[in-house]
Design a protein around this ligand. Structure first.
Ligand code: SF4
Length: 343
Protein backbone atom coordinates (compact mmCIF):
# COMPACT_ATOMS: atom_id res chain seq x y z
CA UNK A 1 0.00 0.00 0.00
CA UNK A 2 1.22 3.52 -0.73
CA UNK A 3 2.44 5.49 2.27
CA UNK A 4 0.27 7.88 4.24
CA UNK A 5 1.83 11.20 3.21
CA UNK A 6 0.77 13.03 6.39
CA UNK A 7 2.77 10.51 8.45
CA UNK A 8 6.14 11.19 6.78
CA UNK A 9 8.68 13.51 8.42
CA UNK A 10 10.35 15.80 5.88
CA UNK A 11 13.42 13.58 5.15
CA UNK A 12 11.17 10.52 4.62
CA UNK A 13 8.87 12.55 2.38
CA UNK A 14 11.87 13.67 0.30
CA UNK A 15 12.95 10.02 -0.11
CA UNK A 16 9.45 9.04 -1.17
CA UNK A 17 9.29 11.85 -3.76
CA UNK A 18 12.61 10.73 -5.20
CA UNK A 19 11.39 7.11 -5.43
CA UNK A 20 8.27 8.06 -7.39
CA UNK A 21 10.14 10.39 -9.74
CA UNK A 22 9.03 13.70 -8.21
CA UNK A 23 12.14 15.76 -7.49
CA UNK A 24 12.98 15.77 -3.80
CA UNK A 25 13.43 19.55 -3.99
CA UNK A 26 9.60 19.62 -3.98
CA UNK A 27 9.55 18.06 -0.49
CA UNK A 28 9.43 21.32 1.55
CA UNK A 29 6.51 22.71 -0.46
CA UNK A 30 4.59 19.43 -0.29
CA UNK A 31 5.29 19.23 3.45
CA UNK A 32 4.02 22.81 3.93
CA UNK A 33 0.89 21.96 1.94
CA UNK A 34 0.24 18.89 4.11
CA UNK A 35 0.97 20.39 7.52
CA UNK A 36 0.73 24.16 7.33
CA UNK A 37 -1.70 25.30 4.64
CA UNK A 38 -3.53 21.93 4.92
CA UNK A 39 -4.62 21.94 1.29
CA UNK A 40 -5.48 19.16 -1.15
CA UNK A 41 -2.54 17.89 -3.22
CA UNK A 42 -3.64 19.56 -6.51
CA UNK A 43 -3.72 22.87 -4.66
CA UNK A 44 -0.07 22.68 -3.60
CA UNK A 45 1.61 25.56 -5.39
CA UNK A 46 4.36 24.88 -7.92
CA UNK A 47 3.82 21.11 -8.02
CA UNK A 48 2.39 21.15 -11.58
CA UNK A 49 2.16 17.75 -13.28
CA UNK A 50 3.72 16.05 -10.25
CA UNK A 51 0.49 16.51 -8.30
CA UNK A 52 -1.09 13.59 -10.19
CA UNK A 53 1.91 11.31 -9.50
CA UNK A 54 1.80 12.19 -5.82
CA UNK A 55 -1.92 11.45 -5.63
CA UNK A 56 -1.34 8.12 -7.36
CA UNK A 57 1.49 7.01 -5.05
CA UNK A 58 0.40 8.41 -1.70
CA UNK A 59 -2.67 8.58 0.53
CA UNK A 60 -3.95 11.26 2.89
CA UNK A 61 -4.91 10.50 6.48
CA UNK A 62 -8.65 10.05 6.97
CA UNK A 63 -10.06 11.52 10.19
CA UNK A 64 -13.08 13.59 11.09
CA UNK A 65 -14.67 14.99 14.23
CA UNK A 66 -17.97 13.22 14.88
CA UNK A 67 -18.85 14.78 18.26
CA UNK A 68 -17.78 17.67 20.45
CA UNK A 69 -18.64 17.47 24.15
CA UNK A 70 -18.52 20.76 26.07
CA UNK A 71 -17.69 20.60 29.77
CA UNK A 72 -18.96 23.38 32.08
CA UNK A 73 -15.30 24.22 32.92
CA UNK A 74 -14.78 24.98 29.17
CA UNK A 75 -12.81 21.82 28.52
CA UNK A 76 -13.92 20.20 25.26
CA UNK A 77 -13.67 16.55 24.34
CA UNK A 78 -13.51 15.74 20.62
CA UNK A 79 -14.52 12.31 19.37
CA UNK A 80 -12.79 11.47 16.09
CA UNK A 81 -13.51 8.74 13.59
CA UNK A 82 -10.55 7.42 11.61
CA UNK A 83 -10.44 5.93 8.11
CA UNK A 84 -11.07 2.35 9.31
CA UNK A 85 -13.94 3.37 11.59
CA UNK A 86 -11.78 3.28 14.76
CA UNK A 87 -12.51 6.09 17.21
CA UNK A 88 -10.27 8.13 19.48
CA UNK A 89 -10.70 11.08 21.79
CA UNK A 90 -8.74 14.30 22.19
CA UNK A 91 -9.27 16.91 24.87
CA UNK A 92 -8.92 20.69 24.49
CA UNK A 93 -7.98 22.35 27.77
CA UNK A 94 -8.30 26.16 27.66
CA UNK A 95 -5.50 28.00 29.43
CA UNK A 96 -5.01 31.67 30.31
CA UNK A 97 -5.90 34.32 27.74
CA UNK A 98 -6.74 32.75 24.37
CA UNK A 99 -4.40 29.78 24.70
CA UNK A 100 -5.25 26.12 24.83
CA UNK A 101 -3.49 22.80 25.39
CA UNK A 102 -4.46 19.74 23.40
CA UNK A 103 -4.26 16.27 24.92
CA UNK A 104 -3.85 13.77 22.06
CA UNK A 105 -4.31 10.01 21.91
CA UNK A 106 -1.61 7.75 20.50
CA UNK A 107 -3.50 4.44 20.44
CA UNK A 108 -7.04 3.13 20.16
CA UNK A 109 -7.38 1.68 23.66
CA UNK A 110 -4.28 0.66 25.59
CA UNK A 111 -2.53 -2.58 26.51
CA UNK A 112 -1.00 -1.30 29.75
CA UNK A 113 -4.10 -1.94 31.87
CA UNK A 114 -3.36 0.57 34.64
CA UNK A 115 -6.05 -0.16 37.20
CA UNK A 116 -7.02 3.52 37.77
CA UNK A 117 -7.55 4.29 34.08
CA UNK A 118 -10.69 3.83 31.99
CA UNK A 119 -8.71 3.48 28.74
CA UNK A 120 -6.85 0.54 30.29
CA UNK A 121 -10.13 -1.39 30.51
CA UNK A 122 -10.55 -1.29 26.71
CA UNK A 123 -7.46 -3.32 25.84
CA UNK A 124 -5.41 -2.34 22.79
CA UNK A 125 -7.16 -2.18 19.45
CA UNK A 126 -4.32 -0.61 17.49
CA UNK A 127 -1.72 2.14 17.50
CA UNK A 128 -2.35 5.33 15.57
CA UNK A 129 -0.22 6.50 12.66
CA UNK A 130 1.69 9.78 12.89
CA UNK A 131 -0.83 11.23 10.43
CA UNK A 132 -3.71 10.27 12.74
CA UNK A 133 -1.97 11.90 15.70
CA UNK A 134 -1.41 15.06 13.64
CA UNK A 135 -5.02 14.98 12.41
CA UNK A 136 -6.09 15.38 16.06
CA UNK A 137 -3.88 18.46 16.27
CA UNK A 138 -5.18 19.99 13.02
CA UNK A 139 -8.85 19.26 13.74
CA UNK A 140 -8.56 20.59 17.29
CA UNK A 141 -6.79 23.72 16.01
CA UNK A 142 -9.75 24.34 13.68
CA UNK A 143 -12.16 23.88 16.58
CA UNK A 144 -10.11 26.28 18.72
CA UNK A 145 -10.01 28.82 15.90
CA UNK A 146 -13.83 28.81 15.85
CA UNK A 147 -13.76 29.53 19.59
CA UNK A 148 -11.13 32.31 19.20
CA UNK A 149 -8.45 30.24 20.87
CA UNK A 150 -5.06 29.11 19.67
CA UNK A 151 -3.22 25.89 20.21
CA UNK A 152 -0.02 26.44 22.14
CA UNK A 153 0.75 23.05 23.70
CA UNK A 154 0.36 19.41 22.74
CA UNK A 155 0.52 16.73 25.42
CA UNK A 156 0.56 13.02 24.61
CA UNK A 157 -1.58 12.06 27.60
CA UNK A 158 -4.77 10.83 25.92
CA UNK A 159 -5.69 7.24 25.09
CA UNK A 160 -2.79 4.81 24.87
CA UNK A 161 0.84 4.55 25.95
CA UNK A 162 2.75 6.90 23.62
CA UNK A 163 6.00 4.96 23.79
CA UNK A 164 4.20 1.76 22.79
CA UNK A 165 3.37 3.58 19.54
CA UNK A 166 6.96 4.72 19.39
CA UNK A 167 7.62 5.28 15.68
CA UNK A 168 4.34 7.13 15.11
CA UNK A 169 4.84 9.36 18.16
CA UNK A 170 8.49 10.08 17.27
CA UNK A 171 7.47 11.00 13.68
CA UNK A 172 4.50 13.11 14.83
CA UNK A 173 6.79 15.02 17.21
CA UNK A 174 9.36 15.54 14.46
CA UNK A 175 6.64 16.92 12.13
CA UNK A 176 5.23 19.20 14.85
CA UNK A 177 8.70 20.65 15.43
CA UNK A 178 9.60 21.10 11.75
CA UNK A 179 10.02 24.75 10.66
CA UNK A 180 8.32 23.90 7.33
CA UNK A 181 5.34 22.48 9.23
CA UNK A 182 3.55 23.51 12.45
CA UNK A 183 6.92 24.70 13.86
CA UNK A 184 5.98 24.19 17.51
CA UNK A 185 8.48 24.91 20.27
CA UNK A 186 9.95 21.70 21.72
CA UNK A 187 9.21 22.82 25.27
CA UNK A 188 5.51 22.99 24.34
CA UNK A 189 5.32 19.28 23.48
CA UNK A 190 5.03 16.76 26.31
CA UNK A 191 5.25 13.01 25.90
CA UNK A 192 4.00 11.02 28.83
CA UNK A 193 4.93 7.41 29.55
CA UNK A 194 4.06 4.79 32.09
CA UNK A 195 7.74 3.83 32.05
CA UNK A 196 8.94 1.80 29.06
CA UNK A 197 12.60 2.23 29.99
CA UNK A 198 14.36 1.29 26.70
CA UNK A 199 12.06 3.64 24.81
CA UNK A 200 12.62 6.52 27.24
CA UNK A 201 16.31 6.12 26.43
CA UNK A 202 15.56 5.97 22.69
CA UNK A 203 13.37 9.09 22.89
CA UNK A 204 16.20 10.93 24.64
CA UNK A 205 18.48 10.02 21.73
CA UNK A 206 15.92 10.84 19.01
CA UNK A 207 14.85 14.22 20.44
CA UNK A 208 18.02 15.24 22.26
CA UNK A 209 15.81 15.65 25.33
CA UNK A 210 14.37 18.91 23.94
CA UNK A 211 10.73 17.94 24.42
CA UNK A 212 9.11 17.58 27.83
CA UNK A 213 8.95 14.13 29.37
CA UNK A 214 6.30 13.17 31.91
CA UNK A 215 6.77 9.89 33.78
CA UNK A 216 3.71 8.25 35.30
CA UNK A 217 5.27 7.00 38.54
CA UNK A 218 2.12 6.65 40.66
CA UNK A 219 3.79 4.97 43.65
CA UNK A 220 6.91 5.07 45.76
CA UNK A 221 7.36 1.32 46.25
CA UNK A 222 7.70 -1.40 43.61
CA UNK A 223 5.05 -3.40 45.48
CA UNK A 224 2.37 -0.69 45.27
CA UNK A 225 3.35 0.19 41.71
CA UNK A 226 3.05 -3.46 40.60
CA UNK A 227 -0.48 -3.54 42.04
CA UNK A 228 -1.72 -0.53 40.06
CA UNK A 229 0.58 -0.37 36.99
CA UNK A 230 1.03 -3.94 35.67
CA UNK A 231 3.91 -3.00 33.29
CA UNK A 232 6.00 -2.06 36.31
CA UNK A 233 6.64 -5.76 36.93
CA UNK A 234 9.06 -5.43 33.98
CA UNK A 235 10.81 -2.20 35.06
CA UNK A 236 11.55 -1.31 38.67
CA UNK A 237 11.41 2.16 40.18
CA UNK A 238 15.23 2.08 40.27
CA UNK A 239 15.28 1.39 36.47
CA UNK A 240 12.97 4.37 35.90
CA UNK A 241 15.08 6.65 38.03
CA UNK A 242 18.21 5.71 36.09
CA UNK A 243 16.48 6.43 32.77
CA UNK A 244 15.33 9.84 34.02
CA UNK A 245 18.74 10.73 35.41
CA UNK A 246 20.17 10.01 31.95
CA UNK A 247 17.62 12.26 30.18
CA UNK A 248 19.58 15.19 28.65
CA UNK A 249 17.52 17.94 30.24
CA UNK A 250 18.23 21.37 28.73
CA UNK A 251 18.84 24.54 30.75
CA UNK A 252 16.49 25.28 33.59
CA UNK A 253 13.80 22.82 32.55
CA UNK A 254 12.37 20.11 34.81
CA UNK A 255 10.92 16.67 34.14
CA UNK A 256 7.38 15.89 35.23
CA UNK A 257 6.58 12.98 37.51
CA UNK A 258 2.87 12.12 37.64
CA UNK A 259 1.27 10.51 40.66
CA UNK A 260 -2.44 9.66 40.75
CA UNK A 261 -3.87 10.15 44.25
CA UNK A 262 -5.46 6.89 45.44
CA UNK A 263 -6.43 7.19 49.11
CA UNK A 264 -5.39 4.20 51.17
CA UNK A 265 -3.26 2.82 48.30
CA UNK A 266 -0.32 5.10 47.53
CA UNK A 267 -0.53 7.86 50.16
CA UNK A 268 1.06 6.04 53.10
CA UNK A 269 4.44 6.79 54.63
CA UNK A 270 6.30 4.08 52.64
CA UNK A 271 5.04 5.45 49.33
CA UNK A 272 5.74 9.08 50.24
CA UNK A 273 9.27 8.15 51.39
CA UNK A 274 9.77 6.18 48.18
CA UNK A 275 8.61 9.06 45.97
CA UNK A 276 10.90 11.44 47.87
CA UNK A 277 13.85 9.04 47.39
CA UNK A 278 12.99 8.76 43.70
CA UNK A 279 13.01 12.54 43.32
CA UNK A 280 16.34 13.07 45.04
CA UNK A 281 18.89 14.72 42.68
CA UNK A 282 16.34 14.65 39.88
CA UNK A 283 15.36 18.00 38.34
CA UNK A 284 11.67 17.23 38.36
CA UNK A 285 8.28 18.30 39.68
CA UNK A 286 5.65 15.92 41.03
CA UNK A 287 2.15 16.51 39.67
CA UNK A 288 -0.49 14.97 41.89
CA UNK A 289 -3.63 13.98 39.98
CA UNK A 290 -6.69 13.22 42.13
CA UNK A 291 -8.17 9.95 40.85
CA UNK A 292 -10.97 10.58 38.34
CA UNK A 293 -13.84 8.09 38.58
CA UNK A 294 -15.15 5.83 35.81
CA UNK A 295 -17.76 3.06 35.79
CA UNK A 296 -16.56 -0.05 37.62
CA UNK A 297 -13.41 1.63 38.96
CA UNK A 298 -11.98 -0.16 42.00
CA UNK A 299 -10.97 3.12 43.70
CA UNK A 300 -12.66 6.11 45.19
CA UNK A 301 -12.01 9.75 44.39
CA UNK A 302 -9.93 11.48 47.08
CA UNK A 303 -11.39 14.40 48.97
CA UNK A 304 -9.57 17.71 48.40
CA UNK A 305 -8.16 17.36 51.95
CA UNK A 306 -6.72 13.92 51.17
CA UNK A 307 -5.04 15.30 48.06
CA UNK A 308 -3.66 18.30 49.94
CA UNK A 309 -2.41 16.07 52.74
CA UNK A 310 -0.47 13.95 50.20
CA UNK A 311 0.91 17.15 48.68
CA UNK A 312 1.98 18.40 52.12
CA UNK A 313 3.57 15.04 52.93
CA UNK A 314 5.75 15.37 49.82
CA UNK A 315 6.49 19.07 50.39
CA UNK A 316 7.59 18.19 53.95
CA UNK A 317 10.03 15.71 52.41
CA UNK A 318 11.49 18.47 50.21
CA UNK A 319 9.75 17.39 46.99
CA UNK A 320 8.53 20.13 44.65
CA UNK A 321 4.87 19.14 44.29
CA UNK A 322 1.84 20.58 42.50
CA UNK A 323 -1.74 19.40 42.31
CA UNK A 324 -3.38 19.10 38.91
CA UNK A 325 -7.01 19.62 39.90
CA UNK A 326 -9.37 17.79 37.54
CA UNK A 327 -10.83 19.42 34.45
CA UNK A 328 -13.32 17.87 32.08
CA UNK A 329 -14.83 15.34 34.51
CA UNK A 330 -18.42 16.07 33.47
CA UNK A 331 -17.72 14.91 29.90
CA UNK A 332 -15.42 12.04 31.00
CA UNK A 333 -12.50 13.96 29.57
CA UNK A 334 -10.28 14.21 32.65
CA UNK A 335 -7.04 12.23 33.11
CA UNK A 336 -7.67 8.49 32.95
CA UNK A 337 -11.32 8.82 31.88
CA UNK A 338 -11.05 8.45 28.09
CA UNK A 339 -12.97 5.36 27.04
CA UNK A 340 -15.03 6.41 24.02
CA UNK A 341 -17.96 7.47 26.13
CA UNK A 342 -21.00 8.82 24.36
CA UNK A 343 -21.37 11.71 26.80
S1 SF4 B 1 -2.81 5.37 32.27
FE1 SF4 B 1 -1.98 5.54 30.18
S2 SF4 B 1 -0.67 3.71 29.99
FE2 SF4 B 1 -2.03 3.32 31.76
S3 SF4 B 1 -3.82 2.22 30.86
FE3 SF4 B 1 -4.32 4.44 30.87
S4 SF4 B 1 -3.77 5.13 28.81
FE4 SF4 B 1 -2.71 3.17 29.15
Amino acid sequence: MHPELDSLPLPALARHLRTIGVGEHHAPRVFRGLHRTRCAIPQIEGLGRHAKTLEKYGRRTQAKVIAVHDNPDETQKLLLELGDGARVESVIVPMRHDRATLCVSSQVGCAMACTFCATGTLGLRRSLTAGEILAQVHLAAEQMHRDARRLTRVVFMGMGEPLAAYDAVRDAVSILLDPHGPCMAAKHITVSTVGLVPRIRQLALDTGGRIQLALSLHAGTDETRAAIVPISRRYTIADLREALLAWPLPGSRALMVEVVVLPGINDDRANLDGIAAFMQDLRAVVNLIPFNPFPGAPFRTPTPDETLSMRDGLLDRGVLTKVRWPRGRAVHGACGQLMLHSG
